[in-house]
Design a protein around this ligand. Structure first.
Ligand SMILES: Cc1cc2nc3c(=O)[nH]c(=O)nc-3n(C[C@H](O)[C@H](O)[C@H](O)COP(=O)(O)OP(=O)(O)OC[C@H]3O[C@@H](n4cnc5c(N)ncnc54)[C@H](O)[C@@H]3O)c2cc1C
Length: 441
């Protein structure tokens, strides 16, 4: 009888254990996996989870990624789901299976061969990467901030520039950094680098004085933070100026070279380091998914139930999904690629898949915009809160910073529960007193 139950158990496979996917796997594991009502499997190309909105802090060194990474195997064990490492590369909808590419070691030797994995219900939550719009030279001459390895590479490159300047003995050395894109990623990174410059000098790497770290943000649109209200954008712009960060708007980048960035107007912005933080696109393999419909940036088009257009058993959520809903004013809204949206979709999908296990129909997603917050490193945060009590309220400074930090704590709460999150907050407070303000190596 036990074997029969195991054989008949529904297989729910979630691909991508990011801001949305890991929350979903954790919720389903606790509700369906624990009671043996379904077999929940999470697949991810990495072995550990790291919350993506913290990447700019890793890049600048204000956060050590090792302290906040979470092993998928451990989370799976604690929450009654299975973790399979692997990168999804294909799907066979007729056979209800996905293909995972081989896992290779650092020398290109095969560690695990290519595999197929069957599913009854599949959730694709593979996130997005920056979109360089095929700008000539971008891939060769820019660093990107799409995952932990890339963030650590930016940090190492930054430290190496400081070490080189220090060894040169020239205490008027300069470091010029160009950031392409003034969305939340570019803006938050610029502020974080400003903080890093102050701290690095304080810890003795002072050949590059804080005022000699020249950060330029280049934005194609009319203003920075184009997706946010004008008042937030203006306030952040002023604060960036106060930090000495140069902001260029209405400047489309036409080419990147080893020594700088050329705009369409023909201006050349010299830079030692270039970081591409503009636009997003979903992974390319999604556009060849056995007929599943995608948009021009490879996002899978989903219905309000988060089911893909052609296949009721395949769902998608988070940055890699394009979901358009109709709001209470009968206006069409496209769900933005944000952690807040991935979190809400994970929560809805968990309820929906549990309801379906009980014989109900799929539930529909309803997005609530609680506002946006932009972190300006330790200095401040700016944003708006949108709620029944607050209305649309702009906040700045320490209060805004607290709300910003609470976003990550909410993610941890979903993954670990209140008690463990409380312990982690305590651990972070204590460890702050025992380590430097910045990762210095
Ligand atoms: C620097 C930065 C700052 C940000 N700040 C904010 C913020 O303040 N607030 C906010 O709301 N949003 C912010 N965002 C956006 C936010 O991070 C994303 O919207 C959110 O992470 C999307 O969640 P997701 O689950 O869709 O994808 P992700 O969190 O990106 O997770 C995708 C997962 O899929 C895995 N994966 C990818 N491809 C494959 C594959 N082929 N096979 C298997 N696994 C795969 C990846 O390893 C990853 O674990 C920020 C983003 C960046 C880069």
């Amino acid at each position: 009888m036990k074997n029969e139950t195991l054989v008949n158990k529904k297989k729910i496979v979630i691909v991508g254990g990011g801001a949305g996917g890991l929350e979903l796997a954790t919720r389903l594991g606790k509700k369906l996996g624990k009671k043996q009502r379904a077999e929940i499997t999470l697949v991810d190309a990495q072995n550990t989870h790291f919350w993506k909105p913290l990447l700019h802090e890793v890049a600048a060194g204000s956060l050590n990624a090792f302290e906040d990474e979470l092993s998928y195997l451990a989370q799976a064990k604690w929450n009654h789901f299975r973790f399979i490492p692997g990168k999804m590369e294909s799907i066979n909808r007729a056979n209800k299976s996905i293909g995972l590419s081989p896992i290779l070691d650092g020398n290109g030797q095969q560690v695990v061969p290519a595999r197929t994995l069957s599913y009854d219900q599949l959730v694709i939550a593979v996130g997005s990467t920056a979109n360089d719009f095929n700008t000539p030279g971008a891939r060769e001459h820019c660093l990107f901030l799409d995952n932990r390895q890339q963030a650590e590479r930016i940090h190492t490159t930054l430290i190496n520039h400081y070490l080189h300047a220090q060894a040169s003995g020239n205490d008027a050395s300069k470091l010029r950094i160009a950031i392409i894109g003034a969305g939340a990623t570019g803006v938050e990174l610029a502020a974080e680098l400003h903080f890093a410059a102050i701290e690095l000098a304080r810890y003795g790497l002072d050949a590059i004085k804080p005022e000699h770290l020249e950060v330029t943000i280049i934005e194609g649109g009319e203003r920075i933070l184009p997706a946010l209200p004008v008042r937030i954008s203006s306030s952040v712009h002023k604060q960036l100026n106060k930090m000495g960060i140069r902001v260029m708007t209405q400047q489309l980048v036409s080419e990147i070279q080893a020594g700088g960035v050329t705009t369409r107007d023909g201006e050349f912005i010299e830079s030692d380091l270039r970081i591409w933080a503009a636009g997003i696109k979903a992974p390319e393999f999604l556009s060849q998914m056995d007929g599943l419909k995608t948009n021009r940036i490879n996002q899978l088009i989903v219905r309000p139930t988060l089911q893909t257009t052609l296949d009721d058993q395949i769902y998608s959520m988070g940055d890699c999904a394009s979901c358009t809903l109709t709001d209470s004013k009968n206006e069409s809204i496209t769900i933005p690629p944000r952690a807040q949206a991935a979190h809400q979709q994970a929560s809805l999908l968990a309820k929906s898949l549990i309801a379906q296990a009980n014989g109900a129909a799929p539930l529909e997603f309803n997005y609530k915009d609680y506002g946006s917050l932009i972190s300006l490193s330790r200095f401040s945060a700016v944003g708006n809160l949108m709620g029944a009590i607050t209305g649309d309220m702009m906040i700045e400074g320490t209060l805004a910073k607290w709300f910003y930090i609470s976003l990550y704590r909410m993610h941890q709460m979903t993954l670990f529960g209140k008690l463990r999150t409380g312990t982690l907050i305590l651990k972070d407070l204590i460890s702050r007193t025992t380590r430097p303000q910045l990762k210095l190596h």
